[in-house]
Design a protein around this ligand. Structure first.
Ligand SMILES: O=C(O)CCC(=O)C(=O)O
Ligand SMILES: [Fe+2]
Length: 252
Protein backbone atom coordinates (compact mmCIF):
# COMPACT_ATOMS: atom_id res chain seq x y z
CA UNK A 1 0.00 0.00 0.00
CA UNK A 2 1.24 3.48 -0.76
CA UNK A 3 0.50 6.74 0.91
CA UNK A 4 0.48 10.07 -0.81
CA UNK A 5 2.12 13.03 0.82
CA UNK A 6 1.05 16.27 -0.76
CA UNK A 7 0.82 19.71 0.77
CA UNK A 8 0.71 18.28 4.21
CA UNK A 9 0.31 20.66 7.10
CA UNK A 10 -0.30 23.67 4.90
CA UNK A 11 -3.57 24.30 6.69
CA UNK A 12 -5.49 22.65 9.48
CA UNK A 13 -9.21 22.27 9.69
CA UNK A 14 -11.01 24.63 12.00
CA UNK A 15 -14.48 23.15 11.75
CA UNK A 16 -15.94 21.26 14.71
CA UNK A 17 -15.63 17.51 14.42
CA UNK A 18 -14.17 17.63 10.91
CA UNK A 19 -14.54 14.76 8.54
CA UNK A 20 -11.31 12.82 8.69
CA UNK A 21 -9.75 9.51 9.55
CA UNK A 22 -11.35 9.58 13.00
CA UNK A 23 -14.67 10.72 11.63
CA UNK A 24 -15.24 9.21 8.20
CA UNK A 25 -18.28 10.42 6.34
CA UNK A 26 -21.22 8.05 6.28
CA UNK A 27 -22.84 8.73 2.98
CA UNK A 28 -26.57 8.55 2.88
CA UNK A 29 -27.41 7.83 -0.69
CA UNK A 30 -30.95 7.33 -1.79
CA UNK A 31 -31.86 4.07 -3.45
CA UNK A 32 -31.85 5.34 -7.02
CA UNK A 33 -29.31 3.66 -9.23
CA UNK A 34 -26.64 5.66 -10.96
CA UNK A 35 -25.31 4.13 -14.15
CA UNK A 36 -26.73 0.86 -12.86
CA UNK A 37 -24.43 0.94 -9.85
CA UNK A 38 -26.54 -0.27 -6.96
CA UNK A 39 -25.37 1.37 -3.74
CA UNK A 40 -26.05 0.55 -0.13
CA UNK A 41 -27.92 3.30 1.70
CA UNK A 42 -24.88 3.91 3.89
CA UNK A 43 -21.33 3.35 2.83
CA UNK A 44 -18.07 3.77 4.69
CA UNK A 45 -15.67 5.49 2.35
CA UNK A 46 -12.48 3.65 1.45
CA UNK A 47 -9.42 4.35 -0.63
CA UNK A 48 -10.51 1.69 -3.12
CA UNK A 49 -13.65 3.74 -3.90
CA UNK A 50 -11.34 6.22 -5.61
CA UNK A 51 -9.38 3.73 -7.66
CA UNK A 52 -9.47 4.57 -11.35
CA UNK A 53 -8.09 2.42 -14.11
CA UNK A 54 -6.36 5.32 -15.84
CA UNK A 55 -4.87 3.12 -18.58
CA UNK A 56 -8.41 2.14 -19.45
CA UNK A 57 -9.81 5.69 -19.24
CA UNK A 58 -7.01 7.21 -21.29
CA UNK A 59 -6.54 5.75 -24.74
CA UNK A 60 -3.23 6.08 -26.61
CA UNK A 61 -5.05 8.39 -29.00
CA UNK A 62 -6.01 10.69 -26.12
CA UNK A 63 -2.41 10.72 -24.89
CA UNK A 64 -1.29 11.64 -28.41
CA UNK A 65 -3.88 14.43 -28.45
CA UNK A 66 -2.55 15.66 -25.12
CA UNK A 67 0.96 15.83 -26.53
CA UNK A 68 -0.19 17.56 -29.75
CA UNK A 69 -2.82 19.96 -28.40
CA UNK A 70 -1.79 20.24 -24.76
CA UNK A 71 -5.10 19.33 -23.18
CA UNK A 72 -7.79 16.66 -22.87
CA UNK A 73 -11.02 15.85 -21.03
CA UNK A 74 -11.91 12.67 -19.12
CA UNK A 75 -15.59 12.29 -18.20
CA UNK A 76 -17.22 9.91 -15.71
CA UNK A 77 -13.97 9.67 -13.78
CA UNK A 78 -15.11 8.19 -10.45
CA UNK A 79 -17.88 5.93 -9.30
CA UNK A 80 -20.87 7.65 -7.78
CA UNK A 81 -19.87 7.13 -4.13
CA UNK A 82 -16.49 8.82 -4.62
CA UNK A 83 -18.05 11.73 -6.45
CA UNK A 84 -20.69 12.23 -3.75
CA UNK A 85 -18.00 12.12 -1.06
CA UNK A 86 -15.98 14.82 -2.83
CA UNK A 87 -19.09 16.93 -3.30
CA UNK A 88 -19.96 16.55 0.38
CA UNK A 89 -16.45 17.39 1.50
CA UNK A 90 -16.25 20.41 -0.77
CA UNK A 91 -19.44 21.79 0.71
CA UNK A 92 -18.55 21.73 4.38
CA UNK A 93 -15.13 23.26 4.44
CA UNK A 94 -14.64 26.92 5.19
CA UNK A 95 -12.99 28.45 2.19
CA UNK A 96 -10.24 31.00 2.42
CA UNK A 97 -9.76 33.83 0.00
CA UNK A 98 -7.48 32.61 -2.73
CA UNK A 99 -4.03 34.10 -2.78
CA UNK A 100 -1.52 34.33 -5.56
CA UNK A 101 1.87 32.80 -4.93
CA UNK A 102 3.26 36.05 -3.59
CA UNK A 103 0.60 35.96 -0.92
CA UNK A 104 -1.20 39.10 -2.04
CA UNK A 105 -4.92 38.77 -2.39
CA UNK A 106 -5.96 40.17 -5.74
CA UNK A 107 -9.70 39.77 -5.80
CA UNK A 108 -10.18 41.39 -9.18
CA UNK A 109 -7.98 38.73 -10.83
CA UNK A 110 -9.49 35.73 -9.14
CA UNK A 111 -12.58 35.38 -7.03
CA UNK A 112 -12.40 31.78 -5.89
CA UNK A 113 -12.27 30.65 -2.29
CA UNK A 114 -9.87 27.79 -1.78
CA UNK A 115 -8.83 25.14 0.71
CA UNK A 116 -5.66 23.12 0.18
CA UNK A 117 -6.12 19.38 0.55
CA UNK A 118 -4.00 17.99 3.37
CA UNK A 119 -3.81 14.69 5.19
CA UNK A 120 -6.68 15.93 7.37
CA UNK A 121 -9.06 15.58 4.48
CA UNK A 122 -10.74 12.35 3.69
CA UNK A 123 -12.21 12.20 0.20
CA UNK A 124 -9.72 14.82 -1.01
CA UNK A 125 -6.85 12.71 0.27
CA UNK A 126 -8.05 9.68 -1.67
CA UNK A 127 -8.60 11.91 -4.69
CA UNK A 128 -4.95 12.99 -4.56
CA UNK A 129 -3.88 9.39 -4.24
CA UNK A 130 -5.73 8.61 -7.44
CA UNK A 131 -4.20 11.63 -9.15
CA UNK A 132 -0.79 10.29 -8.23
CA UNK A 133 -1.63 7.09 -10.07
CA UNK A 134 -2.48 9.23 -13.10
CA UNK A 135 0.82 11.09 -12.69
CA UNK A 136 2.62 7.75 -12.69
CA UNK A 137 0.98 6.94 -16.03
CA UNK A 138 2.11 10.30 -17.43
CA UNK A 139 5.61 9.58 -16.21
CA UNK A 140 5.65 6.12 -17.79
CA UNK A 141 4.10 7.02 -21.13
CA UNK A 142 5.17 10.64 -21.63
CA UNK A 143 8.28 10.90 -19.43
CA UNK A 144 6.59 13.81 -17.70
CA UNK A 145 8.99 13.83 -14.75
CA UNK A 146 6.27 14.48 -12.15
CA UNK A 147 7.45 14.12 -8.55
CA UNK A 148 4.54 15.30 -6.48
CA UNK A 149 1.04 16.64 -6.71
CA UNK A 150 -1.00 19.25 -4.89
CA UNK A 151 -4.67 20.18 -4.95
CA UNK A 152 -7.19 22.52 -3.44
CA UNK A 153 -10.93 22.66 -3.29
CA UNK A 154 -12.23 25.85 -4.86
CA UNK A 155 -15.55 27.60 -4.75
CA UNK A 156 -16.32 30.50 -7.07
CA UNK A 157 -19.17 32.61 -5.68
CA UNK A 158 -21.81 33.96 -8.05
CA UNK A 159 -20.37 36.78 -10.15
CA UNK A 160 -16.74 35.67 -9.93
CA UNK A 161 -14.22 34.07 -12.27
CA UNK A 162 -10.46 33.96 -12.71
CA UNK A 163 -8.84 36.09 -15.42
CA UNK A 164 -6.32 34.88 -18.03
CA UNK A 165 -3.24 33.26 -16.54
CA UNK A 166 -0.95 30.27 -16.83
CA UNK A 167 -0.40 28.11 -13.77
CA UNK A 168 3.32 28.81 -13.76
CA UNK A 169 4.04 32.40 -12.72
CA UNK A 170 6.69 34.20 -14.83
CA UNK A 171 10.08 32.52 -14.61
CA UNK A 172 8.72 29.37 -12.94
CA UNK A 173 8.14 25.92 -14.39
CA UNK A 174 7.50 23.60 -11.45
CA UNK A 175 3.98 22.78 -12.49
CA UNK A 176 3.97 20.31 -15.36
CA UNK A 177 0.35 19.26 -15.70
CA UNK A 178 -2.78 21.01 -14.39
CA UNK A 179 -5.96 19.05 -13.79
CA UNK A 180 -9.31 20.41 -12.65
CA UNK A 181 -12.03 18.12 -11.37
CA UNK A 182 -15.57 19.49 -11.32
CA UNK A 183 -18.29 18.85 -8.76
CA UNK A 184 -21.34 20.65 -10.14
CA UNK A 185 -24.51 18.70 -10.83
CA UNK A 186 -26.75 19.88 -13.64
CA UNK A 187 -24.52 22.69 -14.83
CA UNK A 188 -25.76 24.31 -18.04
CA UNK A 189 -24.23 26.85 -20.43
CA UNK A 190 -26.43 29.62 -18.99
CA UNK A 191 -24.71 29.10 -15.60
CA UNK A 192 -21.50 30.55 -17.13
CA UNK A 193 -18.27 29.51 -15.37
CA UNK A 194 -16.73 27.75 -18.37
CA UNK A 195 -13.00 27.11 -18.32
CA UNK A 196 -11.69 28.80 -21.46
CA UNK A 197 -8.41 27.32 -22.53
CA UNK A 198 -6.11 28.18 -25.44
CA UNK A 199 -4.52 25.06 -26.86
CA UNK A 200 -1.00 24.74 -28.28
CA UNK A 201 -2.28 25.81 -31.71
CA UNK A 202 -3.91 28.97 -30.37
CA UNK A 203 -7.45 27.55 -30.58
CA UNK A 204 -9.87 28.53 -27.78
CA UNK A 205 -12.00 25.84 -26.12
CA UNK A 206 -14.78 26.27 -23.56
CA UNK A 207 -15.06 23.47 -21.01
CA UNK A 208 -18.23 23.24 -18.92
CA UNK A 209 -17.55 22.48 -15.23
CA UNK A 210 -19.85 19.46 -15.06
CA UNK A 211 -19.67 16.93 -12.26
CA UNK A 212 -17.27 14.01 -12.57
CA UNK A 213 -15.25 15.65 -15.36
CA UNK A 214 -11.46 16.03 -15.18
CA UNK A 215 -9.87 18.47 -17.60
CA UNK A 216 -6.12 18.04 -17.94
CA UNK A 217 -3.81 20.56 -19.54
CA UNK A 218 -0.21 21.64 -19.88
CA UNK A 219 0.36 24.06 -16.99
CA UNK A 220 1.94 26.60 -19.36
CA UNK A 221 -1.25 27.04 -21.40
CA UNK A 222 -3.23 30.25 -20.97
CA UNK A 223 -6.70 29.82 -19.51
CA UNK A 224 -9.42 31.68 -17.64
CA UNK A 225 -12.57 30.90 -15.70
CA UNK A 226 -15.53 32.83 -17.07
CA UNK A 227 -17.89 34.53 -14.62
CA UNK A 228 -20.04 31.97 -12.81
CA UNK A 229 -23.75 32.67 -12.40
CA UNK A 230 -24.11 29.82 -9.93
CA UNK A 231 -21.81 28.81 -7.09
CA UNK A 232 -19.13 26.74 -8.81
CA UNK A 233 -17.22 23.93 -7.05
CA UNK A 234 -14.03 22.25 -8.25
CA UNK A 235 -10.72 20.73 -7.24
CA UNK A 236 -7.73 22.45 -8.87
CA UNK A 237 -4.81 20.04 -9.08
CA UNK A 238 -1.19 20.33 -10.15
CA UNK A 239 1.38 17.68 -10.89
CA UNK A 240 4.82 19.12 -10.23
CA UNK A 241 8.37 18.36 -11.24
CA UNK A 242 9.92 19.57 -7.98
CA UNK A 243 10.49 17.33 -5.02
CA UNK A 244 9.79 19.72 -2.18
CA UNK A 245 7.33 17.20 -0.85
CA UNK A 246 7.85 13.52 -1.60
CA UNK A 247 5.52 12.29 -4.29
CA UNK A 248 4.76 8.88 -2.84
CA UNK A 249 5.92 7.27 0.36
CA UNK A 250 5.76 3.52 0.89
CA UNK A 251 4.18 2.82 4.22
CA UNK A 252 3.78 -0.95 4.09
O1 LIG B 1 -11.59 25.93 -12.14
C1 LIG B 1 -11.10 25.94 -13.27
O2 LIG B 1 -11.72 25.58 -14.27
C2 LIG B 1 -9.69 26.46 -13.46
C3 LIG B 1 -9.05 27.02 -12.21
C4 LIG B 1 -7.70 27.59 -12.44
O3 LIG B 1 -7.34 27.94 -13.53
C5 LIG B 1 -6.74 27.69 -11.33
O4 LIG B 1 -7.11 27.48 -10.16
O5 LIG B 1 -5.56 27.98 -11.60
FE1 LIG C 1 -5.24 28.06 -13.61
Amino acid sequence: MTKIISNLDVTTLVVDNPIGKENPPLLSLNSTNYNNQALPTQHLLQSSDFEVNWEHKLTDKQLDTFVDDGWLIIDDVFERKALVALQAESGFIDYRDAQLTAGIRISDIRGDKIRWITKDFFAGFYYLHSINALATLFNQSLYAGIRHSEAHYACYPVGFGYLWHSDNPAGRNERVVSAVFYLNDEWSASDGGALEIVDKHGVHHNVMPVANRLVIFDSDLQHQVQIAHRQRYSIATWMRRDGLVPFIEDVI
